[in-house]
Each structure stands twice: as C-alpha cells, then as structure tokens.
Design a protein around this ligand. Structure first.
Ligand SMILES: Cc1cc2nc3c(=O)[nH]c(=O)nc-3n(C[C@H](O)[C@H](O)[C@H](O)COP(=O)(O)OP(=O)(O)OC[C@H]3O[C@@H](n4cnc5c(N)ncnc54)[C@H](O)[C@@H]3O)c2cc1C
Length: 416
C-alpha cells in the first residue's frame, strides 16, 4: 500500500506506530510531527534512572536517527501541529507548514495537571512530564534540599524515592487519606507508604492545602490545619490531562480523551488515536470505555493503530498492564483492579505477594503484585495471560502458593 501517513505526537505511541507501519509493509510516506525539541524518548526513566543518574543523563531515545532514516520515517520536531483540515486532509503547524495526509494518527499524549492554588505559579511549582523538566528537577535534588511533593500518586512517589536516594529531605502531601487511592489496593498502598517512611520520607495524608508561598529566599506550603511546611522546592504530581485540544478544534468526538472505537478509529474514518490521549472501549471488560496512561498501552496501541490505518479490522483487546519502581520495590498491575467483587491473595515468599480480583462467576479480572527486585514479573505475566483468555481459575488453587500458577494457566480456558 502507498499513500501518506501522518502522525501527530513524537512520543511512545507515535514512534511505535511509525515503525509498525513499515513492519506491516507500508511503502508510502511516514511523517511524525512533534512539538518537543528531541527525537521520541521513553518517559518512564524520567522519574527513575534519569533523576538518579550521577552525571548528566542523555535522553532515553526510542529509536536512533539512523534507524528512523533507514526506515525512511521523517521526523519534524520542535514544531506544534496547530490545526487539522479534515475536509482537505491537511495538518498545519505553528510555523505555517502544511502536511497532507491520507490517514492521520493522533498520538498527542497527556500533559501534567497544573496546581490551582493561591500562590502557585511557574516560579515556585515544578512538574515532571518531559525530559527537559526532568533535567530541571534533577538539578534541584541536592543533598539536604527540602522538597515538598504534592500528590501521592505514582509520579510523586517515584520522585520521592529518587529524591531520597540523592539525600533530599522529602515530604509528600496527599489530599486523600491514603496513597495511590485510584489504582492500588489499600493494603498494598499501605506497604508502599511504610517503605517510604522507612526511607525517611514524611507523609502527610488527608491534607488540605491552603496556599503556596514562595520567593527567591524560599518556599512554603500552608496546610488547612495551620501547619506551614517550609521547603526549597515544590513539585506537583497531581495527575495528567489528555491532550485533546487539536482534536476538539477539528470537531472530533471527545470523551475523557479522543474518542476512538475498538479499532482505535476516531469519529473521522481517516483519523486514528493511540496512547495517553485516546479513550477506547475494552472488549475484555464488556466494552467499558477507558483511557490508560501506561507505557505498554502506548506501545500496543501504536502497533494496533498502524494496522488499523492500513485497513485491518481486529478490535484492540490487550490486557492493561502497568509497573512502578520505588526503591527496591516493584509494583505491577495487570487488568483493571477496580473491577470484580472478590480478592484472593497469594503469598509469593520473600515478602512478595499477588492479589487477584475475580468476578462473581469466578473470572479473573485483575492481578496486582508487589515485591522486591522484579521477583513478581513471571507471576504477573501468567495472570495477564489468564485474564486475556477469560480464565476462571480454581479459587483455592489461586490462593495456594504450593500450586504453581503455570498449572492454572494451562487448564482449559474458562475452567478451573
Ligand atoms: C515521569 C513519567 C514516568 C512514567 N513512568 C511510567 C511507568 O513506570 N510505567 C508505565 O507503565 N508508564 C509510565 N509512564 C507513562 C508513560 O510514559 C506514558 O503512558 C506514555 O509515554 C504515553 O505515550 P504517548 O505516546 O501516548 O504520549 P507521550 O509520550 O506524552 O507523547 C506525546 C507527544 O506528543 C506531543 N504533542 C502533543 N500535542 C502536540 C501537537 N499539537 N503537535 C505536536 N506534538 C504534540 C507531546 O509534546 C509529546 O511529546 C510515565 C510517564 C511519566 C511522565
């Protein structure tokens, strides 16, 4: 097939989609437009190895320039796409260039949610979404620096771990009564909280913030209970908002992200969406519409959108999967842990455990695991495969660490 494939967003999903177009035999032009000044790079290391690096780190690029050139993938970076002319099949960029397309992929990602508080502004609150922001943050992680992290979600907690490793004095302020309230079971979140406290992080949970104070002599966060937390830097990790502006202006359907169908096609048949910006129905969960902010989802959807752009008709059906590393602990989640009505816990030994969520009919819907140094990876992988095949494993066997998970996986689909 020939023609013009255009991708907006030079991130995980966009970079993967471009490569997948070639891997699926597309011989026409492939162009990626990205507004950041770099080639596409991985974001997960930004809150982990990039912050922990002893010397100035390089951007964790996804593909080298040579690899992109070899695949004849054109990258226009440092340029924002500002409008889509759907009738004319063109995209215009901030510098006035016009790019025609036959099929367009929106892989515009998400942006860090901004803190709306009295006194909070660009001079005293930092965020972490881009490599440039990671470098700015890293330069603040000096031994003895007093940092306040607002938000006890994944980014805030990974940052807290990295900052402690660099010898900072860290306070995490979270509005909810516990950490990771949205995505992680309460007992597991309590274990993560304990690990942070053991590392010397001060956790202030269930806290309201009155306002931010800050000038060149220092900053402070004022809590609703009257406490004033003085600090040298404030970083907000309060979630991300899908980047939908361009799609919205072009009249595409939006529903907590750019609305796509099961093939990742938007309300315009020539425009597709993938990654953090995309909301889509997941057949595995009865067509529940979700949006995922996860690395593997961006990869898998990049691959899938490329095939759909080339005319394939299969639905996107991957099991959601997410991981986080904090200190020596790895957390991995397969499936949607807010689904299901029953929890079964399996002790994996060496202070690792996996929690399964089952539907009333016994179907496995999700598995969340935590443990040191990636020990949990194999079991989560097996759980993920069982979720994909809609397995109904025997409850007793699932909770019994003496029964190998592999034997449950090998049982016929839909049976114990
Ligand atoms: C600090 C950090 C740590 C993370 N850690 C983990 C982790 O441990 N595990 C995990 O599973 N996931 C993690 N994630 C999430 C994961 O990185 C994202 O889900 C993934 O990067 C999403 O890829 P994407 O291509 O959809 O979006 P992005 O990677 O955000 O790429 C979108 C790109 O599009 C650009 N863009 C937007 N609008 C325009 C426009 N109009 N014109 C041109 N360009 C545009 C953006 O600037 C951006 O470069 C982390 C994310 C962050 C920020």
């Amino acid at each position: 097939m020939t023609g013009r494939m255009l991708i907006i967003g030079a991130g995980e999903a966009g970079a993967r989609a471009a490569m997948a177009l070639r891997e699926n035999g597309f011989a026409g032009t492939v162009t990626i437009i990205g507004d950041e000044p770099h080639l596409p790079y991985e974001r997960p290391p930004l809150s982990k190895s990039v912050l922990a690096a002893e010397s100035e780190p390089a951007a964790p690029f996804i593909h080298t320039e040579a690899r992109l050139a070899e695949q004849d993938i054109a990258i226009v970076h440092g340029t924002e796409a500002t409008s889509i002319d759907r009738a004319g099949h063109t995209v215009t960029t901030a510098n006035g260039a016009i790019f025609p397309y036959d099929r367009l992929l929106l892989a515009t990602g998400a942006k860090a949610r901004r803190l709306r508080l009295d006194g909070a502004g660009p001079d005293n609150v930092l965020y972490l979404r881009t490599f440039r922001e990671a470098l700015a943050l890293r330069s603040r992680l000096m031994p003895g620096s007093r940092l306040v992290l607002i938000g006890g979600g994944f980014i805030g907690l990974e940052l807290a771990a990295a900052a402690r490793l660099r010898g900072c004095d860290v306070t995490v302020i979270e509005m909810a009564p516990r950490l990771l309230a949205r995505a992680v079971p309460a007992d597991m979140a309590a274990r993560i909280a304990a690990r942070h406290e053991a590392a010397g992080v001060r956790l202030i949970l269930g806290a309201g913030i009155e306002r931010i104070e800050g000038d060149i002599t220092g900053h402070a966060v004022l809590l609703s209970d009257g406490e004033r937390v003085p600090c040298d830097g404030i970083i907000a990790g309060i979630g991300a908002v899908p980047e939908t502006e361009l799609a919205e202006a072009a009249g595409l359907a939006i529903e907590n992200g750019i609305k796509a169908d099961e093939r990742l096609q938007t309300s315009d048949p020539d425009i597709f969406a993938a990654g953090d910006c995309c909301s889509f129905p997941l057949a595995l969960y009865g067509g529940r519409r979700i949006r995922l902010e996860a690395w593997r989802n961006a990869q898998d959807q990049g691959n899938h959108a490329a095939r759909s752009m080339l005319g394939a008709s299969e639905p996107y059906d991957a099991v959601p999967w997410f991981w986080s590393d904090q200190y020596d602990l790895t957390l991995q989640i397969a499936g949607l842990p807010d689904e299901g009505s029953e929890t079964i816990i399996r002790d994996l030994g060496d202070s690792s455990e996996i929690r399964f969520r089952l539907a009333p009919d016994g179907r496995l819907l999700a598995a969340s695991a935590i443990g040191p140094n990636g020990k949990i990876a194999k079991d989560i992988r097996l759980a993920e495969m069982m979720i994909a095949r809609r397995a109904k494993p025997d409850r007793g066997a699932l909770g019994d660490p003496n029964v190998k998970l592999k034997t449950l996986f090998l049982a016929p689909a839909g049976q114990s």
